[in-house]
Design a protein around this ligand. Structure first.
Ligand SMILES: [Zn+2]
Length: 434
């Protein structure tokens, strides 16, 4: 069950409570809504707040989506979960656009500007902006959770596979390695190495198998350099032929080269590791192979939040996930810094940027608008506001966008915080908060 987070009257995190209990607390006026995302109650002064064992926050960073889970190690219960969608690609596109505008400025016939170069310095720990954005998204949410949940330890998936185990595998073959875990590390490694697609037909959405380039019946070895990833039809069609006989001689070359920049793939994760470690709480790390193994042995489906719950050796033998609904979070950025808006080729042909605050609201605020019965738009709307300078704004509710709702009719529920949320039934079950 997704639990409701609770803080006491001095904003100290308490034990999360069952949604039924949260509803009773709210109905009887013993608690009030403190934050809407993540949904948190504040209990009144004098109310008994429950002590809790420290919980564990678990993180599975990804390039597009990061899974987050708060787990009680003692009971195996997943109390809270989220999937955080990053905007790394969008950051890069924006920077490319800015670069193009500036480049064109230099080409135009203007006064002579001497070229300036090599006049920038990067501080240590600098990350490219798209990676920095991902790393900061995760840190933001770790910190937000710390404020409202009694978190005493953290787990982070640090690498997709354990290179130590793999180096041995590259040298001596799978069978020399003992233990089930190694097989998972190798599978992760091969998936990464072959781009998560069938090496022969390039299919991506089908189940992929580990495949021997020189088949075992032809005395092909189990070394990783003799392994690739193939779909079942290709694997069956190839049969006892080698890849060369099957018509794919070029497969041999990348197979022999070890995955060169496994480290580069993990840059963000390492940056996150250093930043989390600097905060001082116990930090456990795990590999992707371990995560998959944990998830498979606990018979859980593959989702980002369940992967997060399965990170690390501390994962309880039984994970209780029934009724847990992840909060879907999308990183949106916080409006544009561009003062002079340009067309596609960088020519400033638009009006200057309009004000971002209208009637005290910003685009992205979650509001509740009560429009009088006399109006054509009569009704109550709860959703995300997009402000317009006229004051007549758009509200995106769960069912669609309503245009022309005036800011006068709105009350704030949750101020824009750089993220967009997709409510799911776990929170909708609670009474309307307003
Ligand atoms: Zn195939």
């Amino acid at each position: 069950m997704s639990m409701v987070l609770v803080v006491d009257h001095e904003r100290r995190p308490c034990a999360p409570v069952h949604p039924g209990r949260a509803r009773r607390l709210l109905d009887r006026g013993r608690a009030a809504v403190y934050r809407r995302y993540p949904f948190t109650l504040m209990v009144r002064e004098g109310e008994p707040a429950e002590e809790s064992l420290p919980l564990r926050m678990k993180i599975d960073p990804g390039s597009k989506t990061t899974g987050l889970a708060v787990v009680n190690d003692a009971t195996g219960q997943v109390l809270w979960a989220a999937e955080l969608a990053h905007r790394g690609q969008q950051v890069k596109a924006r920077l490319d656009q800015r670069r193009a505008c500036r480049r064109s400025r230099r080409q135009r016939h203007t006064r002579y500007r001497p070229p300036r170069f090599l006049n920038r310095r990067r501080s240590s720990g600098w990350l490219p902006p798209s990676l920095e954005s991902r790393s900061s998204n995760v840190l933001t949410w770790v910190e937000r959770l710390h404020r409202v949940a009694p978190i005493g330890a953290r787990s982070l998936e640090l690498v997709k596979f354990d290179t130590q185990l793999l180096q041995n595998a590259e040298i001596s073959g799978i069978e020399d390695q003992q233990g089930e875990l190694t097989g998972y590390e190798i599978r992760q490694y091969l998936l990464e190495k072959w781009g998560r697609k069938c090496a022969y037909c390039k299919a991506t959405t089908v189940p992929l198998q580990i495949e021997h380039i020189v088949p075992k019946v032809r005395h092909g070895s189990n070394r990783v350099s003799n392994l690739t990833i193939a779909c079942k039809p290709c694997n069956d069609a190839k049969g006892t032929r080698t890849a060369e006989e099957f018509g794919f001689p070029h497969i041999q070359t990348p197979a022999r080269a070890p995955l060169r920049d496994a480290a580069a793939v993990n840059v963000t994760r390492w940056a996150l590791f250093h930043r989390l470690a600097a905060q001082g709480l116990p930090l456990e790390t795990g590999t992707g192979g371990r995560t998959t193994w944990n998830r498979t042995t606990r018979e859980l489906p593959k989702t980002h939040w369940l992967d997060a719950a399965c990170v690390g050796a501390s994962t309880p033998p039984q994970l209780r996930v029934k009724g847990t609904v992840p909060l879907l979070i999308m990183a949106m950025g916080r409006h544009s810094r561009q003062r002079c808006r340009t067309n596609a080729v960088g020519f400033p042909d638009k009006a200057a940027k309009a004000t971002s605050v209208v009637g005290g609201f910003r685009t992205g605020d979650i509001v509740r608008a009560v429009v009088a019965a006399s109006s054509i738009k009569a009704g109550v709307y709860v959703g995300r506001i997009a402000v317009r300078a006229t004051g007549s704004c758009n509200i995106t509710t769960a069912t669609g966008t309503v245009q022309g709702v005036h800011v006068r009719t709105c009350r704030p529920l949750h101020r824009s915080d750089g993220y967009r949320y997709q409510d799911q039934k776990g929170e909708a079950a609670l009474p309307p908060h307003a």
